[in-house]
Ligand binder design. Structure first.
Ligand code: C2E
Ligand code: MG
Ligand code: MG
Length: 605
């Protein structure tokens, strides 16, 4: 890379690649830094000036006055000499007579700059290396006042740079600067292979809580130093309390060995207090791409982050996971689901289908279970198994459950407005939704806005959800019931059948899981477990409803044992809203007499 001053205009710094047809890219101007640089140029009576930062083998100019473009080679530059000399001041009276700089194009080419003065910039953390410099055409020395002014401005520049570009604890590049440099790597290194990594320290917060804050800061600095030693010139960033990032261009062919070295470096124990050693492990997510690639710096870092968070708690050693096609599909789905929940039509829409529940003894429709579906523009109708777990892990489940609640309440009111008699509708509620701080405020708001009475709703909580923090859950469930809402224990028999948990809160209905219903007439073991479940429902005085009923033989077996409330494909699958409206109308018209099983099946078909 060479300097190429332009006659009559501002000096230009050209990248050697330009001959090969690549444009030189300019950093976005940083007006606040430019303000100081301009002051420095004026105060010293110079012609051009800049702030240069050393980064890898290059020098980066986040601010320049009279200089157009912004990257130049570090080797042999004025800035490198100024920093390497290590004193607080560097001045060259006449560069044309100095063998170190006489060949520098800024000096040897028009307009022949000859004087150079610089104050090396050095932050407290020693991460910032660079200069505030000025140059002029006439050979000279700055006087005492000018020197003092330049030094003072350099101090201000260091503070500003640290504030804007560096993490306050480690002094390493912050997220914005990391991404800016990563963007540049993407633009400038076609043909190279890039590995972007996210390093997520596990349990750092606990260290911070258990020991003093200074200890936490010291550990972060130590981790930063370990990464620097490992990365040897790679782009590094400290993105947040316990997150570091790196970008390796054309990493060694033995990528795995390189990652093993990284894990080994992180997993070294360190002293938290005199004589007390501690080890932190990390989840390390990697996104590898051959350049040029379509992804933005942000996208690459996000992918590395997703890969890191896909790692389950590693056991005693750091673990690495690379972003792959499965994660990509998951990430895409996550993104599209978020947009669909927000109502962006491009990603389809969520809709509710309803599965009827019947009481065969009384020949009546006793309820509907609301089951969410995603009408996706490419995949068609997608079942909840494909996206509810995603929503749970990505923290979107509350939004999803609330969206379903609103859709259900709107349907209920629309049916009632058309004069239909509507049975209670059961909603599936994930644990995170039930525990969400805003669940009651939101529920009350939806009930009020739609005018749906609480009695028309039932919330299903799966048995396994009951196990964690039962006291808190008890409070939530009692509060729900106070609104008139019914509560059902879903998928009963599949959890740990923790009777203790069941005794700790009131519920109205127990839903026996399909596993203990399907084949109950023909399989002794299933029948045995079912009898137990029936006994539990009786003890708790809860209504027993059997899910997943598919066969007539099972229905007869259940009826013989006094179990009449069922839901399953034998009667009906979940149906879209218009189809359910027709079902409601037919049942209303046939309301006078209890219906037989075949009659009900005919109405539900
Ligand atoms: P679930 O609450 O146990 O719902 C019953 C599931 O069994 C439904 O699957 C239903 O379509 C299916 N099913 C009903 N009858 C039969 C049958 O006779 N045979 C067979 N083989 N299956 C039957 P679906 O709709 O795929 O829902 C799966 C799960 O997704 C639900 O299990 C529920 O846990 C969850 N889910 C559905 N909607 C929501 C929602 O809005 N929010 C949350 N958090 N979870 C939901
Ligand atoms: Mg359910
Ligand atoms: Mg169920």
């Amino acid at each position: 890379m060479i300097y190429r001053p332009v006659r009559g205009g501002p000096a230009r710094l050209f990248n050697g690649d330009e001959q090969a047809g690549h444009d030189v890219l300019a950093d976005p101007a940083d007006p606040k830094l430019d303000y100081i640089t301009r002051l420095a140029v004026q105060a010293t009576g110079a012609d051009i000036g800049g702030i240069s930062l050393m980064f890898q083998s290059r020098i980066w100019l986040p601010s320049r006055i009279g200089v157009q473009d912004c990257y130049l080679a570090r080797a042999g530059s004025f800035c490198t000499s100024a920093v390497e000399e290590g004193s607080g001041w560097f001045e060259v009276e006449d560069a044309s007579r100095d063998p170190r700089f006489a060949g520098n194009p800024l000096v040897s080419q028009v307009p022949h700059f000859r004087h150079y003065a610089a104050v090396p910039l050095q932050g407290d953390s020693a991460h910032l290396l660079g200069t505030l410099w000025v140059m002029g055409r006439a050979p000279r020395r700055l006087d005492v006042a000018q020197t003092a002014q330049l030094r003072l401005m350099a101090r201000i520049v260091v503070d500003m740079l640290e504030l804007r570009y560096c993490d306050a604890v480690t002094g390493m590049f912050n997220r914005a600067v990391f991404l800016q440099h990563l963007e540049r790597i993407l633009a400038e290194r076609p043909g190279a292979t890039l590995s972007v990594g996210m390093v997520d320290l596990i349990g750092f917060r606990q260290v911070n809580d258990l020991f003093r804050r200074e200890t936490g800061d010291r550990i972060l600095r130590l981790m930063g130093k370990r990464l620097e030693d490992w990365a040897d010139g790679a782009l590094l960033g400290h993105l947040g309390a316990d997150q570091f990032a790196f970008a390796l261009v054309s990493p060694p062919h033995d990528h795995e060995a390189c990652m093993r070295r990284l894990c080994a470096a992180i997993d070294q124990p360190f002293e938290v207090e005199p004589g007390c050693m501690h080890t932190l492990n990390a989840r390390i997510g990697i996104r590898r791409q051959a350049l040029p690639c379509e992804e933005s710096a942000d996208g690459l870092l996000d992918a590395a982050d997703i890969a890191a968070s896909s790692i389950r708690q590693p056991q005693g050693a750091s673990a690495v996971h690379e972003y792959d096609a499965a994660l990509m599909a998951r990430a895409r789905l996550r993104y599209e689901l978020r947009e669909a929940i927000r109502g962006a039509p491009r990603f389809g829409r969520l809709e509710v289908h309803y599965q009827p529940q019947v009481d065969v003894a009384h020949g009546r429709l006793i309820g509907l279970e609301a089951l969410v579906r995603w009408r996706h523009p490419v995949y068609g109708l997608v079942g909840p198994g494909m996206f509810v777990p995603q929503a749970e892990t990505s923290g979107r489940i509350f939004e999803l459950d609330m969206h379903v609640l609103e859709l259900v309440c709107r349907d209920l009111m629309a049916w009632r407005a058309r004069g239909l008699h509507v049975p209670p509708v059961a909603l599936n509620f994930s644990r995170a939704s039930l525990m969400h701080v805003q669940v009651f405020a939101h529920l009350a708001q939806v009930l009020e806005a739609t005018g749906v009475p609480g009695e028309l709703l039932e919330f299903e909580v799966t048995e396994s959800q009951l196990l964690d923090s039962p006291t808190l859950l008890h409070q939530r469930i009692s509060a729900l019931r106070a609104l008139g809402v019914r509560v059902a224990v879903d998928d009963f028999g599949t959890g740990y059948s923790n009777l203790d948990a069941l005794t700790s809160f009131p519920f109205d209905r127990l839903k026996a899981d399909r596993r203990f219903v399907h084949g109950v007439a023909s399989d002794e073991r299933t029948a045995g477990v079912f009898a137990l479940i029936q006994g539990i429902a009786a003890v708790f005085e809860a209504e027993l409803l059997c899910e997943g009923l598919e066969d007539e033989a099972d229905l007869s077996w259940l009826a013989e044992r006094g179990v009449h409330c069922v839901q399953g494909w034998y009667f009906s699958r979940a149906q879209p809203v218009q189809a359910i409206e027709r079902v409601l109308r037919r049942f209303q018209e046939a309301r006078d007499a209890p219906l037989s099983v075949p009659e009900m099946r005919a109405l539900l078909a």
